[in-house]
Design a binder for this molecule. Structure first.
Ligand SMILES: Cc1cc2nc3c(=O)[nH]c(=O)nc-3n(C[C@H](O)[C@H](O)[C@H](O)COP(=O)(O)OP(=O)(O)OC[C@H]3O[C@@H](n4cnc5c(N)ncnc54)[C@H](O)[C@@H]3O)c2cc1C
Length: 507
């Protein structure tokens, strides 16, 4: 009995760990030289770059993801940081009643409520409504996401009762459906708050998501792991190997070979064939369905996803990492600077603000007395960067340099010219970087974009119509993606395979 897993990202590793725990032999085939997928970090000139996560849902107790992570790694061996504020940012052209032009988005709801009431007593009713909704979500986090167990009747009855207790959440979803922070801002009288609420996120944000994210932060269930993404991914690899899993790096899968409705083997790019009883693809959904399976096993609704629209795919990033020979610990950990002009990226996207992460709170990221900054730019123009890199590598590098120089010049306006003379490391990632290392469609950072209605479901499941023994996992399984979806989708398919093979699933 053997399960071949395509992709050694978080989903592939998690699926492998669960199956190994159930006594099922697995082998992971990973095209890149290191496992972890998008959950990546790398070293550059003495700095450790965090290529991915700022928060891990489930780091703290009180949410089911905490239980899931604990099933596969020793979470207690990781130190998590919980910041006092999510971000602080300029509110251009406006000041609060104390003359402050910077808005603080605090994570603690009681503190945030007091801060808002102090700025705008005239908005008390809407401020209280907002904070009470965040507190309301917090009461249900321990039951989310709903997990369906196939267990003896007395246990499944207990789970059904717990699910029924989530009914008030449906009303909550309805209350906020279709409304964004821009709509919500209209309810405020105070001009400073009205503007600040539109600036809470990089882009317009659905209120349902905003309230959930605030609730995670308030309840202390989503922290930043010290050392960032690299040590976290390594923990998953160690756990997998310790359970007897086999990991083949630098091994690209070309296709899944199917005969009579059953996958027989994986055909590798090097021409080798790897026979198996089950396949789990934890790689890009589009590649799995249209390339590895040749587009032969799709429903008509899935077929419509062949030509993807930009808005369907979660944005990718350009991120400029800067190593500075200065102690910048006095600067906030996350700040959004208004730049007072439009910054054009080579891909045509325009930005009005700089999103700057300062990693001084994590001593693993920079040598003593030095600092690592990261400036993030969301983009939906992944294709531009991928094609430029492929067709004209010199021009790709030139455009990267030009963009990095523009960003540094703008940063100098805020941080001083002295800052520029202390820069000793620069590294700009683009969607082409994410594609090269993970093969995600257009360099998507989290799979699909959530639609306006977060209850909207994509025509995607973890099974493949017409092939009995192929399962799908990873962040493409649910719109919004992220590490929790990678984990949960992997747990679901491991559970399904294990039930088929052993008749039970143990954790
Ligand atoms: C900048 C950034 C910040 C982020 N921040 C957060 C955050 O704070 N919190 C959060 O929850 N999420 C965050 N995410 C999202 C999160 O990193 C991803 O959703 C998650 O890591 C996806 O895991 P996955 O295993 O589903 O997919 P991937 O990580 O994409 O793994 C797929 C793997 O399959 C391999 N593969 C693909 N094709 C083949 C093939 N043909 N043969 C062999 N191997 C193949 C790839 O190399 C890759 O290793 C962030 C992402 C980015 C880019």
């Amino acid at each position: 009995m053997k399960v071949n897993i395509i992709g050694g990202g978080v989903a592939g590793l998690a699926a492998g760990i669960y199956l190994q725990k159930n006594g099922i032999q697995t082998e992971i085939f990973e095209q890149h030289a290191v496992a972890g997928g998008l959950c990546a970090g790398w070293r550059r000139d003495g700095y450790l770059i965090n290529g991915c996560m700022h928060w891990l849902l489930g780091s703290g107790q009180g949410i089911s993801f905490n239980t899931f992570w604990r099933e596969i790694i020793d979470l207690d061996a990781i130190k998590f940081i919980y910041h006092e504020e999510r971000v602080q940012f300029d509110v251009p052209g406006l000041a609060d009643r104390h003359g402050n032009t910077v808005f603080h988005f605090y994570n603690d709801i009681d503190k945030f409520e007091q801060y808002l009431l102090d700025i705008s007593p005239e908005d008390e009713s809407v401020i209280r409504l907002w904070m009470n909704e965040v507190r309301f979500v917090g009461k249900y986090l321990d039951r989310l996401p709903p997990v369906f167990y196939d267990e003896p009747w007395w246990k499944s009855l207990w789970h059904k009762m717990r699910l029924a207790s989530l009914t008030p959440m449906l009303f909550f979803m309805r209350r906020w459906s279709g409304s964004s922070n821009y709509d919500f801002a209209e309810r405020f009288k105070n001009p400073f708050l009205k503007k600040a609420i539109t600036l809470l996120y990089e882009k317009e944000m659905r209120m349902q998501i905003l309230l959930f994210v605030q609730s995670y932060a308030n309840e202390g269930v989503a922290g930043y792991p010290m050392g960032g993404s690299l040590p976290f991914a390594q923990k998953l690899v160690e756990s997998y190997l310790a359970k007897g899993g086999k990991l083949r790096l630098n091994t690209s899968v070309e296709s899944i070979e199917v005969k009579d409705g059953k996958a027989q083997s994986l055909l590798l790019k090097n021409g080798e064939r790897e026979a198996c009883d089950y396949v789990i693809s934890a790689a890009d959904w589009h590649w799995t369905m249209f390339h590895a399976l040749g587009g032969n096993y799709l429903s008509s609704k899935q077929m419509a996803l062949k030509k993807l629209k930009k808005e369907q795919v979660f944005y990718s990033f350009c991120i400029l990492y800067i190593g500075v020979d200065l102690d910048m610990s006095a600067m906030p950990h996350f700040v959004r600077y208004d730049i007072g002009e439009k910054l054009s990226s080579p891909d045509g996207t325009e930005y009005e603000r700089l999103e700057v992460q300062n990693y001084c709170y994590d001593p693993m990221m920079a040598p003593k007395g030095k600092s690592l900054l990261a400036v993030d730019f969301q983009t939906r123009e992944g294709q531009y960067w991928m094609e430029l890199r492929k067709n004209d590598y010199e021009e790709y590098k030139r455009q990267k340099h030009l963009f990095a120089d523009k960003v540094i010049a703008l940063l100098a306006k805020r941080l001083g010219d002295d800052f520029v003379s202390h820069i000793e490391m620069c590294d700009l990632t683009t969607p082409a970087t994410y594609y090269r290392y993970t093969r995600n469609y257009w360099g998507s950072s989290q799979g699909w974009t959530p639609q306006n209605n977060v209850l909207h479901r994509l025509p995607i499941t973890n099974r493949v119509k017409g092939v009995d023994n192929v399962y799908l996992a990873g962040h493409w399984l649910e719109a919004g993606g992220g590490l929790p979806i990678a984990l949960k989708s992997a747990r679901d398919v491991a559970w399904m395979v294990s039930k088929r093979v052993n008749g039970k699933f143990v954790v």
